[in-house]
Write a protein that binds this ligand. Structure first.
Ligand code: MLT
Length: 269
């Protein structure tokens, strides 16, 4: 646990080597990266925080904007004595990664954008966020879990790997409604980042589940088409939580990318 910017931020910091920060999606926590941490820790230092309002981290009043979360990550890195790092995130974690990249471009050695998008919410999307925020505060996380789960994993994975489904469900139900509501309101406020993409010079890996209906392949292609030094990995037979659904393929794409960055000299401090 670290005290940053007036809140307690919980995180794991394991392994040794060039630092890699992985940011979880909504409404999850750092435990969603367990499989990636195990795959990377032999060669990299992997830092996985619980973003504010999620997991064991604290929360302040008001919307938890992507910029607030990005500043928390920067403060955490300051506390750990880390200047530059690979920064990556899945979905909301990707929104925070883009916000981090806009605020602190010099601190990003490479980027990983998984199952995410650069565009802001539509007006209708913003209204739905507010409805969901109010619903979470009124009724708890059960309705959020029930409406999200069918979109997070493919039907095949949900049927064949009930353990994964159950762990996702438990992760959502552990999230405090106040934290979820703050993040929903923060996501609704997020800016369009498409103009940032052409300015990114850090090597970038874009990953997407081929069957992701929440942040579909076309969103990943938009990012990859605009970021100069980027590659796209499509994880077949995976939906939104591609890292949990197909950890083998996801980890290979991630490790190959990180090793290429390291061997090419991009990850030096
Ligand atoms: C996530 O997985 O972080 C969410 O689906 C992101 C979103 O709601 O836009």
């Amino acid at each position: 646990m670290a005290r940053v910017r007036g809140i307690d931020l919980s995180f794991d910091d394991v392994g040794a080597g060039a630092p890699v920060v992985l940011l979880h999606g909504f409404p999850f926590d750092r435990s969603m990266w367990r499989g990636q941490v195990e795959a990377l820790r032999g060669e990299f230092r992997v830092i996985t925080p619980d973003l504010r309002g999620h997991g064991e981290s604290g929360l302040a009043d008001g919307p938890a904007t992507m910029e607030e979360m990005a500043r928390d990550v920067a403060a955490l890195l300051d506390g750990l004595g880390i200047g530059r790092a690979v920064v990556g995130g899945l979905s909301m974690g990707g929104y925070v990664t883009l916000a981090f990249c806009r605020l602190f471009p010099e601190r990003v050695s490479a980027l990983v954008l998984a199952d995410t998008r650069a565009q802001a919410d539509t007006e209708e999307g913003k209204r739905t966020r507010e409805e969901n925020a109010e619903r979470a505060l009124r009724e708890g996380m059960e309705p959020i879990a029930s409406s999200m789960i069918p979109k997070l994993l493919t039907a095949a994975a949900a049927a064949e790997r009930p353990g994964v489904l159950e762990s996702v469900r438990r992760m959502i139900l552990r999230t405090r409604p106040e934290g979820a509501a703050a993040a929903l309101r923060g996501m609704a406020l997020r800016r369009d980042q498409t103009d940032l993409l052409t300015l990114i010079t850090a090597p970038t890996l874009v990953i997407v589940g081929g069957e992701d209906g929440l942040t579909p392949l076309e969103d990943a292609r938009l990012i990859q088409g605009r970021v100069r030094d980027s590659r796209l990995a499509v994880i077949e037979e995976a939906a939104h939580l591609s890292n949990l659904e197909r950890p083998g393929e996801f980890n290979s794409a991630l490790l190959d990318f990180l090793k290429d960055c390291r061997d090419g000299g991009a990850l030096t401090a």
